[in-house]
Design a binder for this molecule. Structure first.
Ligand code: ZN
Length: 348
């Protein structure tokens, strides 16, 4: 099912139905439901009896196969370490289809590949080389497309340059800049809108979130990211970090960076990036964007740091985020960044 904020995008994309191209690049911020949107689109294009609003019927043979992850004319390609999405709604798509036995917190999960590998693309090319099982369209979703490693991207590129008849590629991306230009140029780019606040808050309210407005702000307006934050087992650790960051010059990186090693790098870098962004926003406009409940602390420490140095710190964190999926020594990275952060502040 589409999320409530996706109906405008859904209506907008229907203009493509008459002239489906062979590759569509759906992009937008993390946590707005891009992959879900791509799956709904795929299911509706495979459906035998689409509804008047162009959504899949949910009950035909094609839909049944799709929902059971067994449709022979559909492939979903993602990195091995993509967490399983489990839906309790029988009409919701259950992609990505990862082995349920592998929990996202297990050691095995952490050792799985973060990349879409050449073997996956080779298998995909075999799929593209045979004819459609049902004599109709075949659909491939790649999510997130920026997880394609260089070799895999080159192999895919050849197929995008000479697209097999009747195959539609749906590439999903949070960060188009990280995709090879050659891939991007072979796709029709399609931005997905940020959800409007009312619809996002109403949806979060239906999930029994304690403080939807604060959580949605922290997630930068992305409802699924807000739900993840609200249900995140690392919330106590985040509170500890924010307290340390609130103390500016007195922040003590060596006392907590060891604990931080247990948390995923993207999660911690995300906290730090949003915090430093808020520090700069407070200096520029007097108001933070993400951590609204820490408004006063941000105002206090923002007076003791030069804005250009805060901007440099933000740039450094952003650069670190670009390589956050690579195997690095988490502790060294965190200590380096927190020491840099502490150095922003004048006085005691
Ligand atoms: Zn159907």
């Amino acid at each position: 099912m589409l999320y409530p904020w996706q109906y405008d995008d859904w209506e907008r994309i229907q203009v493509l139905r008459e002239y489906w191209i062979h590759a569509l690049l759906l992009y937008g911020p993390t946590g707005i439901g891009k992959t879900n949107f791509a799956c709904e689109l795929a299911q509706s294009l495979l459906c035998d009896r689409p509804r008047a609003d162009a959504c899949a019927c949910g009950g035909c043979l094609a839909c049944t196969w799709f929902l059971q992850r067994t449709h022979p004319d559909f492939r979903f390609i993602c990195p091995e370490n993509t967490p399983l999405k489990v839906s309790t709604d029988k009409n919701s798509n259950n992609y990505p289809p990862i082995d349920t036995a592998v929990s996202a917190n297990s050691k095995k999960f952490k050792s799985l590949s973060k990349e879409i590998k050449i073997e996956q693309i080779r298998e995909l090319l075999d799929f593209c080389g045979i004819s459609s099982h049902r004599g109709a369209r075949r659909i491939v979703i790649l999510s997130p497309a920026e997880a394609l490693n260089m070799v895999a991207a080159n192999a895919l590129l050849k197929t995008l340059e000479e697209p097999p008849s009747g195959v539609l590629f749906l590439l999903v991306s949070t960060d188009v800049k990280r995709l090879p230009l050659t891939i991007v140029s072979r796709c029709r780019q399609w931005p997905l809108a940020m959800p409007n606040v009312e619809s996002a808050l109403a949806w979060l309210g239906s999930k029994s979130i304690t403080d939807p407005a604060l959580t949605l702000a922290e997630a930068g307006g992305a409802p699924l990211a807000a739900l993840t934050i609200a249900r995140d087992g690392y919330a106590p650790l985040k509170q500890c970090i924010l307290e340390q960051l609130s103390s500016g010059k007195n922040c003590a990186p060596f006392s907590f960076c060891e604990t931080l090693q247990t948390a995923p790098m993207p999660l911690v870098l995300g906290w730090l990036q949003r915090w430093v962004y808020d520090l700069l926003a407070t200096q520029m406009s007097g108001e933070p964007r993400y951590f609204l409940s820490h408004r006063n602390a941000l105002k206090n420490i923002s007076q003791n740091a030069a804005p250009f140095r805060v901007a440099q710190c933000l740039k450094r964190i952003t650069q670190q985020r670009a390589v956050e999926q690579h195997s690095l020594n988490n502790r060294l990275v965190f200590e380096g960044l927190f020491i840099h952060y502490r150095g922003l502040f004048r006085g005691k």
